[in-house]
Each structure stands twice: as C-alpha cells, then as structure tokens.
Ligand binder design. Structure first.
Ligand SMILES: *Cc1c(COP(=O)(O)O)cnc(C)c1O
Length: 529
C-alpha cells in the first residue's frame, strides 16, 4: 500500500481477486513476469564469458589496486538478453504507442538517424583527437549550426548545452555577461538582478534564473492564456535583466503580442530569452529572430526527433542575437583555408566568451541524429512538420471536446491541446485517476497538472508523427474513459492502473528517498536465520 492507501503491487495469486484481474498461479501475467535485479539473477557459476587475469603493472596503481572481487553479476548470454528485454517491456515507449506528453514533444525517432549516428566516423572518435583527424565531424557540427541559425533567423549558436534546461543556463549566462560588460552586473551599483517569467512558465525557467543568481518575478496571464502586456510593462524596469517567455507557450497558444513583448523588453534595456521547447509547432514557419528574441534553446530531442526520456542524452543548442553572440561559450567552430578548427579558449574572436558549458563539444550523437533528420525532411519537410503537428493537436482538441473541457475553448491551439478538469466535477475522479486509467488502456498519460495556471491540467501533444487512425484510436479510448467516469464507474479509476507491472506508487517517497544501492545478502546472516 502506498501512503494514500492504494495498492502498489499487481494482484497476484493469493491476493484479492477483482473484476479486472484473474489471478495466475505464478504471479506472472502473460508476458509480464516479475523481474529480479540482475545481481539477484546472477551467479559466478554461470558467467557467460571467461576473462584471463589482466597482467597489470600494479606499481602504477599503488594503493588503488583492487583486492576484492569486482562484484559484477554473472549471467549467461540468454539470461542477460531476456533480463533486459523483459525490463524494456515494463515501460511505455515511443516505439510501442502514442506518447501524448505535452511540452515534451515525444515523436518517432527515425531509424535513419540511428544509422547515421552509428557510422564509425562519428561514433568512434574521441573528443581529444587532433582536429585534423575529425574534420568531417566538425563539418557536420558546422552544418547543423547553419541549419539552426537559418531556421531561427539568428546569427550565432552555442552547440554545447546538453538539454533544454542547460540551454537556459547558457542563455542566461550570456545575458548576465552582457549586462556585466555594460556595467550592470549583479555586483554593480545599478544591477540588473531580476528575471521575469509568466505564471505558466516551465519550472526550469525560474529555477535557472535563480541558479544564475537572479530574483524571479512572475508576469500575470490574461484570461485567454497569454502574457498580460500591461503587467509586463509594469514589472519591467532598470532592475530587469531578462524575460523568459515560451512561444508557443505552455498552454499550447501562440503569443500573438510577441513582437510587442520584445519591443517593451528591449526598450527597458532587458533581453528576451525565449524558451524554444515548443519550436516543433513553428519550425519552418516562424523565425524567432524576426520576433525580437535574443536567446533561445532548441531541444534537439524534441523538435529534431532525437530520442529522449529516462534521462537519456539530449542536446539544447542555444541561438543568440547579435547583441549576445560575442559572449557565447567556447568552443567555437572556426573555419579557414586549412579547414575547421575549434576555438577552445576565451581569446581572439572568442575573447569575451563567458566560459564553457561542458568539458568537450556537446552531444555529438545527437548532432548527427538531428542533422540527419533535417536533411531527410528538407526545408519544406520541416515546415510540414509544424503544420501537421498543429493540425493533429487541433483535431484532438475538437474530438475530445465532446466529453472534456478545453482550458481555452476560443480559437485554435498550436501543437498541444490543453484541457482542465471542470468536466470531471462531481464524478469523484481526479486528473491523476484518469491518467492512471489511461495506462490500463495502453496509453502513456498526458502531461498532468502542468501548466499550473490551469486547474487539474491535462496537456496533450500528439506530434505530427501520429496517423489519423492512431489519433482516432487514442481519442476513442479517452472518450470511452470520460463517459465511464461520468457514468459513475469510479472504481475503474481509483484503483488504476490494474494492468501495469506496478500499481499506484508513492512517487514522492520514491523521489525523496530513492533506493539506488543494492546490498548483497550476507550468506552468513541467511545461514544464522
Ligand atoms: C522540455 C522543456 C524544458 C526543458 O528541457 P530539457 O531538455 O528537458 O531540459 C524547458 N521548457 C519547456 C517548456 C519544456 O517543455
């Protein structure tokens, strides 16, 4: 049972039967089997490979020479294979079904990208190799940079940030450096020490601003889900370093006044950081540089289809305006008649670089995947991506509105459809219950309770990679669930998920007190017991 009294384990033999589960004798449920940790499965007697003892010169290691066994699990090849395949089946994946997480842009990862990323010239190189031996890789980074600058209409790009949040950090550090150069650093007499973010902002925006040393103030939102210009104007002033605005915003709406937002911001001497996580909705259609943006991260793992989730590698290059370009972090890719080179130090053209974002040159594998995606779509194809993503979201918004209440019913949405929980009033079912019931129907839940400005928010982003048939299958499941909730079938929701490997987990406890270390059972203790 978790802290709110919900079962965390699936019903098994000996457990209570219910309408949804017919208990099995082993506890397995069809293909879903209980899976032990690999250390529990393993044993030295069945190790799949035998390695000869390495002849190491111990003197180099001194006291650091290992004296105990290394403690790796010993498994035969089929056991290792089955373990990982079974684990992979316990979770939802973009290769299994639609993954409607709003704000996350979970789209199909074309296998062509994977093939390109595995080419030895990209995958087998080392960041410390002499640049003369990695000219192709540098050229790819340069071409990727060119596409990113062209698509955004911005003059410069820093490739190294490793995710969107890291890109936000990069953008704000460039902004901080620019203010410092102008005499308004955080320690100066007239510091620009405040960052403004809308109430609907992604949590990483205020978190990043605070991390960089800024105070954070909220900008109010209008009834139609956009930045309140009057409130922005009131809050702007000589103490403001930057605004951070997402466009399209996290309510799935285009900020129609974005040019005016940029004008007011610049007039107040502040910079416009645009959170570009939702670039998928406008790529090829709108160039943020034309809107007055000074810095924007691009989540390659969202818009440009590189895989993400589970903490896998992302990449968050940051495009910069003319005013910020010279503060971009090193390394800079430079090019002359001898080919490509990396400017690694803050000198020469990079003299004002604010520093580095990471040890080496960014996520090479993600650069290759994103570039392969760009080339395979072409400029017109990328434009089509944005159009289809928006069309799909509006289709779902229209179909689901039959039973669910859209948070902003007026007008079309961009690439994601946002619903509130008003339609669940009086049913006894919450947004969380509804999301858990979706798991039983074979779908990953949508983003829940975000953005915070919408009560019980359900944010659905289908992306352009779903067919109409799949959208219909998804919508049909949600409409059936919605009708079940309204018809009083509360148990279906309160106990859900019934069919997942685990039931309702105490996610807070898991996050606060994660058990990350496996402690081997002491054989002496077992014998004593
Ligand atoms: C995903 C996202 C981020 C953070 O990007 P990561 O790559 O996950 O660090 C920031 N803002 C918005 C609106 C996002 O959707």
């Amino acid at each position: 049972m978790n802290s709110v009294g919900r079962p965390t384990r699936p019903e098994t033999a000996g457990g209570e039967a219910n309408d949804y589960i017919h208990p099995t004798l082993t506890g397995a449920r069809g293909l879903l089997q209980d899976e032990a940790l690999i250390f529990e499965l393993g044993g030295w007697d069945k190790t799949g490979v035998d390695l000869v003892d390495a002849e190491l010169d111990a003197s180099d290691l001194g006291d650091l020479v290992r004296t105990d066994p290394i403690g790796l699990p010993g498994l035969s090849e089929p056991e290792a294979m089955r373990h990982y395949v079974r684990l992979s089946q316990k979770n939802h994946a973009i290769d299994l079904a639609l993954y409607p997480l709003g704000s996350c842009t979970m789209k199909h990862n074309p296998r062509l990208n994977e093939k390109a990323a595995r080419m030895p010239g990209f995958s087998d190189i080392h960041p410390l190799q002499p640049v003369s031996t990695v000219q192709g890789a540098l050229q790819l980074m340069d071409r990727l940079a060119h596409w990113l600058k062209t698509l955004t209409g911005m003059p410069a790009v820093a490739l190294t940030p490793k995710a969107g949040a890291h890109g936000e950090l990069c953008g704000l550090l460039a902004i901080r450096a620019a203010h410092r150069a102008a005499g308004h650093g955080l320690q100066s007499e007239h510091p620009r020490n405040t960052v403004l973010t809308p109430t609907s902002a992604h949590g990483t925006n205020p978190a990043t601003a605070a991390f960089v040393g800024y105070k954070v103030e909220e900008i109010a939102q209008t009834a139609d889900g956009r930045v309140d210009l009057a409130d922005l104007e009131k809050k702007l002033g000589p103490h403001v370093a930057a605004i951070m605005v997402t466009n399209p915003n996290t309510c799935g709406l285009f900020e129609r006044e974005v040019v005016e937002i940029a004008r007011l911001t610049h007039e107040a001497g502040a910079y416009f950081y645009c959170d570009g996580a939702n670039f998928n909705a406008i790529v090829g259609r709108v160039r943020p540089g034309d809107l007055g943006v000074d810095a924007m991260h691009i989540n390659l793992h969202k818009t440009f289809s590189t895989p993400h989730g589970g903490g896998g590698p992302g990449a968050g290059p940051v495009v910069l305006s003319e005013a910020l370009a010279r503060f971009a972090p090193t390394p800079w890719i430079v090019h002359d008649e001898n080919g490509f080179d990396l400017a690694e130090r803050a000198e020469g053209p990079a003299a004002e670089a604010f520093g580095r974002m990471c040890a080496f040159h960014g996520q090479m594998g993600m650069f290759v995947r994103a570039y392969a995606y760009m080339l395979s779509h072409g400029a017109d194809g990328l434009r089509q991506v944005a159009e289809d993503a928006v069309l799909n979201a509006n289709y779902l918004k229209a179909v689901l509105s039959a039973e669910m209440s859209p948070a902003f019913p007026e007008g079309p949405c961009m690439h994601e459809a946002l619903f509130d929980d008003a339609w669940l009033d009086g049913t006894g079912v919450t947004t969380l219950d509804f999301a858990k019931a979706m798991i039983d129907e074979g779908f990953h839940p949508m983003t829940m309770y975000f953005p915070l400005v919408v009560h019980g928010a359900m944010l659905i982003e289908p992306t352009e990679t779903e067919s109409k048939a799949e959208l219909d299958r998804f919508a049909d499941a949600l409409l059936k669930l919605a009708r079940a909730a309204k018809a009083g079938d509360v148990e279906r929701f309160k106990g859900a998920p019934y069919h997942a490997p685990l039931r309702r987990l105490d996610e807070t406890l898991a996050a606060r007190k994660p058990r990350l270390r496996w402690t081997p059972t002491d054989p002496a203790k077992i014998a004593a017991e």
